[in-house]
Ligand binder design. Sequence first.
Ligand code: NAP
Ligand code: HSE
Length: 432
Amino acid sequence: MNGISIGLLGLGTVGSGVVKIIKNHQDKLMHQVGCPVSIKKILVKDIHKQRAVEVDSSLVTTDPDEVINDADIDVIIEVMGGVEETKEYLLTALKNRKHVVTANKDLMAVYGSELLAVASQNGCDLFYEASVAGGIPILRGLADGLSSDRITKMMGIVNGTTNFILTKMSQQGLAYEDVLKEAQELGYAESDPTADVEGLDAARKMAILSTLGFSMNIDLDDVKVKGISSITEEDLAYGKQFGYCMKLIGIAERDGEKVEVSVQPTLLAKSHPLASVQDEYNAVYVYGEAVGETMFYGPGAGSMPTATAVVSDVVGVMKNMRLGVNGKSAVTPQYEKKLKSADEIFSKYFMRIHVKDQVGVFANITSIFSDHHVSFEKILQLPLEEAGMAEIVVVTHKAALSDYENILVQLRDLEPVHTIKSSYRVEGSVKS
Ligand code: NAP
Ligand code: HSE
């Protein structure tokens, strides 16, 4: 090979990092792949925008055809984001027999299987390591390092923005809006941060992770999602008092042939390995039947960490080129999708309720739990400042989700219950 030509779609946070790594690590890239790597064309929206990295102005274009239809370009790096239009660009590129590397989880969570099929039909690689947990090589970890094992559980802190927000809120008592603004300024958050804070970004990553880890086509719609925007200081304080910390956790669990995948704010026992993951850092805890517990940890967002994963994928493409095996590494899912129903999902739960402080109310509430065979690990009642009102806080033992949901319905209908202030899944045990 005389050299590899890259077409870059996007020159924002990640795209700038890609340009820097290709320039600064050229020696290492050449050593691994045996030829120079250069960027031939870069697609942007606004040609006049100030860039975080210096690039020759002749490389930059606003015409996608100059990139995806250029016969001299071997690999397309897609770091522009977006779904429908971007999918069309990548389909064209693959049909033009260009290999594709993308960081786009929005796209891969929805159209991943279709794009992978087109890639393989055209003898092309489609790699997407940076789409989950930024700089952490978790997809290669699952596809290569753990390929001989049967994965039964994955728990991920896979959104840097929300981990940053929850860390700063609970450790420094900062307000939600202020920390979100800081996460946006630091380049962690998506351009519209709704997807971060409402859990959708993490859900997309969990769909990609569980598809690979369980070898089963898990769609975005299969992932139950709840975000962090309604978490209050009181929830964080009670969590701390009970020995837990609050994290937005993606959980993918397999029992026999059936799986559950969700993303939700979770009170995590402080002894759990994921509890020490702070700020914008990500981690994916993977349990395999043979290997046992493993954890992959690192920066899940940001320009250089994400670009590292992107450029490493390019190295993977080039190694395959030398071996003549492009388009042969993607494995189609082995199992038919079978999702657990609510009576097959078991977890502990935290609930905080405001009730009228009257004789018999506590007994009424506890009897609703016992009627559904749910027992308490912890329970607390405190008077509220508002006269005649009390707050009840419980952590349950493991219960079926269906039972827990029925309890919530009955409590909402109970006259002395004023509000169910919050309800969270709980993972791990705290020894008191
Ligand atoms: P970004 O900073 O907003 O950059 C996007 C770039 O793409 C910009 O250069 C923009 O051009 C260009 N672009 C967008 N739409 C375009 C269009 N329709 N036509 C031509 N150019 C277009 O985004 P980013 O943070 O780098 O993220 C890029 C991708 O990586 C996304 O899929 C994101 O989810 C993913 N990702 C990001 C991170 C992270 O930490 N930021 C981590 C992992 C994955 P202009 O500059 O001219 O506006
Ligand atoms: N907005 C994402 C995050 C970027 O906060 O994790 C990385 O995918």
